[in-house]
Design a protein around this ligand. Structure first.
Ligand code: NAD
Length: 395
């Protein structure tokens, strides 16, 4: 090789673009999660990226700046320096209107790839603002639920923890023991737990309540969930299938359908009968992109036992209980109703860990030969993209 070509290759190597990935501190209230861990930092470095993390970003997930530094990341105090040079910004929450720190949209450079829970269905105006700024945005909620994308499915990883934490929180405030106990002074009956919606969060709620010794019943419109509920030791509550105008209760993708009026009436009658004897109700029923179905009426709440608890995970989508108020506790005739919007944040060490791995697997799809190379032939990248080069995508 001649001297000139060696020199040329050397210069190209020096000038070669090193992509920068930035992980800011989350500003949203009640948010303890962070979008990277020392483990994912090491993996990103091996993919050829430079990693910058905002000072203190991991503290609420029990990750110290020194842990990130030891993994090879650079800690940055100035958010403008962090975000302004980044090619990829990994966040938990979208860029809000708070306007401070990483939520100040003006500090993002054109062409930055923003990845996080961007709430595309709920925050259309915000997505438009992000698009107009020239930021390319990919939303973790839109990752298709196909087998190749399982390791990137952040909705599932976070819902699983939410189902667990909902039961733990309810048990913690219930003025009653959960398992059956036989003592010399008498027998304590096990707590009764009802789970509405047996998807990811619901199934974990059933498993957790069973492990704590409760008697668990569950209901879902999709009859396919019966087997899963029963395999976890729960009792599946049957609402006559034939009352949905004789049509199947799920669509071709396996999601629940909106049920007929007749079915909903029957469902309420069945639930009203069962809910009276329950100590804890965990509700998780939702069809993606729709308002949460109202399963627990005010009359049902009035008929519940004094001291019983409802944890309504669907609060953000309007709630499964008529009386739910998001992020508030309500007490109606002795029944405590909670509508937490962010339970994964309450187990931030694990939720950050799983979410960061989801992000790593997703971002790996867009890195080829140490460079960003977004191939929209890839169904996962195409489906999750909300805007690119100033154009909004349909989703
Ligand atoms: P999922 O899609 O896996 O499960 C939802 C289940 O509800 C499905 O099995 C579906 O068949 C069922 N369903 C739909 N309509 C129904 C009806 N009318 N009656 C009974 N069941 C019905 O979703 P998921 O990931 O388990 O999440 C469940 C809910 O929890 C969603 O509302 C999600 O936004 C919420 N969530 C809340 C938190 C939080 O901290 N509050 C965290 C994660 C998820």
């Amino acid at each position: 090789m001649s001297y000139h070509s060696t020199l040329k290759r050397l210069i190209i190597k020096i000038l070669r673009f090193t992509m920068e990935i930035a992980i800011p501190k989350e500003n949203k209230a009640l948010e303890n999660r962070v979008a990277a861990t020392p483990e994912t930092v090491k993996k990103f470095l091996s993919l050829g990226a430079k990693i910058k993390i905002e000072k203190g970003a991991g503290i609420k997930s029990n990750i110290l700046d020194s842990d990130f530094e030891n993994a090879g990341a650079k800690i940055v105090s100035d958010t403008e320096e962090l975000i302004g040079n980044a090619d990829i910004v990994l966040k938990v929450n979208t860029i809000s209107n708070i306007g401070a720190g990483a939520d100040n949209i003006d500090i993002y450079k054109k062409g930055t790839n923003l990845i996080g829970f961007l709430r595309p269905m709920q925050e259309k105006e915000n997505i438009k603002r992000i698009s107009e700024k020239g930021i390319n945005a990919f939303s973790m909620e839109l990752i298709p639920r196909i087998s190749r994308a399982q390791s990137m499915d952040a909705l599932s990883s976070q819902s699983n923890l939410a189902g667990y934490k909902a039961v733990i929180n309810a048990v913690n405030i219930l003025a009653k023991a959960t398992p059956m106990m036989m003592t010399a002074a008498g027998t304590i009956a096990p707590a009764k737990v009802l789970v509405l919606g047996a998807g990811v969060a619901g199934l974990q709620a059933i498993a957790t309540a069973k492990r704590l010794g409760a008697v668990v019943s569950a209901f879902d419109v999709r009859s396919a969930t019966r087997e899963q509920v029963e395999s976890l030791g729960g009792k599946f509550i049957e609402v006559s299938e034939t009352s949905n105008n004789n049509t199947p209760n799920e669509d071709s993708k396996g999601y629940a359908k909106t049920m007929s009026q007749e079915y909903q009436k029957k469902q309420r009658e069945v639930l009203h009968g069962i809910i009276k004897s329950q100590n804890i109700v965990i509700s998780t029923a939702l069809i993606p992109g729709k308002e949460a179905p109202e399963l627990i009426t005010s009359e049902m709440v009035k008929d519940m036992q004094n001291g019983s608890i409802i944890i309504d995970l669907a609060a953000e989508a309007g709630g499964n209980c008529k009386l739910t108020k998001m992020d508030h506790e309500k007490v109606i005739e002795g029944v405590k109703i909670f509508g937490p919007s962010n339970l994964p944040s309450e187990v931030s060490q694990d939720s950050s860990n799983l979410y960061s791995k989801n992000l790593l697997n997703f971002v790996s799809l867009m890195i080829k030969d140490k460079n960003i190379n977004i191939d929209f032939q890839d169904e996962i990248l195409k489906t999750s993209c909300v805007c690119y080069e100033g154009k909004l995508n349909e989703y």
